[in-house]
Ligand binder design. Structure first.
Ligand code: ZN
Length: 233
């Protein structure tokens, strides 16, 4: 049986995945990161990634020792096989099936499967993702059951004993800020506030108290409200 002492974190450069990365660095001896370039219409997330990684290396000697290789994977095929508001320049709206048109069908399934392949090669035991059921847009591939089923499917299909860990699954955005505070104090909260990127529109003009962003898209609204709730606690 594998001991769960090393992790591969799905790291996009946003608030959630940065908090997940800090969570993994506090827990596992060896931590690597994986990111996906899938033709996001605003590539800002991808440009903030190296800065966040660099700052996490500098955060403490222990985290510096634990944080290893970053794997950047080209998944541009996603924009070729799907048509969503995240990869094409259309307005963000709700679809008839109740899902927002920012939903990329199968994206997290594909991400986890590719991550499992890299984890296999790198001999890493835990896949860490920022999927969350609590205050998300109802993306079916963020569900706990989806992730649990995928863990079983991956382990059956690859003869592995990988764990899929989703530390944010049952907490809201205010609790995600609180988790960062607990893991790395005000310094980590400030790092996440000023360096990570969440805005769907790729807006990075003014620094608000909750970070950069347009302030009105669903991702910004969620992040801003969560930060306000966190500060009031
Ligand atoms: Zn925004």
């Amino acid at each position: 049986m594998n001991s769960a002492d090393s992790a591969l974190v799905l790291f996009s450069g946003g608030q959630d995945s940065t908090t997940c990365l800090a969570w993994a660095l506090a827990r596992y001896k060896r931590v690597e990161t994986i990111g996906f370039d899938y033709g996001q219409r605003h590539a800002i997330e991808l440009t903030v990634r190296p800065t966040v990684l660099h700052k996490l290396h500098g955060f403490s000697p222990e985290w510096n020792n634990r944080l290893g290789e970053d794997h950047m994977i080209d998944l541009s095929l996603i924009s070729k096989i799907s048509d969503t508001a995240l990869t094409s320049n259309v307005e963000i709206t709700m679809l008839e099936n109740g899902l927002p048109n920012t939903f990329v069908p199968g994206r997290n399934l594909l991400f986890m499967t590719v991550a499992a392949t890299v984890a296999y090669r790198r001999d890493l035991n835990v896949l860490v993702g920022g999927m969350c059921e609590t205050d998300f847009s109802g993306y079916p591939d963020c569900r706990d059951d989806t992730m649990k089923a995928l863990q079983v499917a991956l382990n059956l299909g690859m003869a592995t004993n990988l764990q899929v860990a989703t530390p944010l699954m049952w907490i809201d955005k205010a609790e995600t800020w609180k988790m960062a505070q607990d893991l790395g104090g005000t310094a980590l909260v400030d790092l996440i506030r000023s360096e990570t990127h969440t805005c769907y529109l790729g807006e990075r003009g003014a620094l608000h108290d909750w970070g950069y962003g347009c302030g009105t898209c669903p991702a910004c609204a969620l992040r801003a409200r969560g930060y306000a709730d966190f500060i009031q606690q």
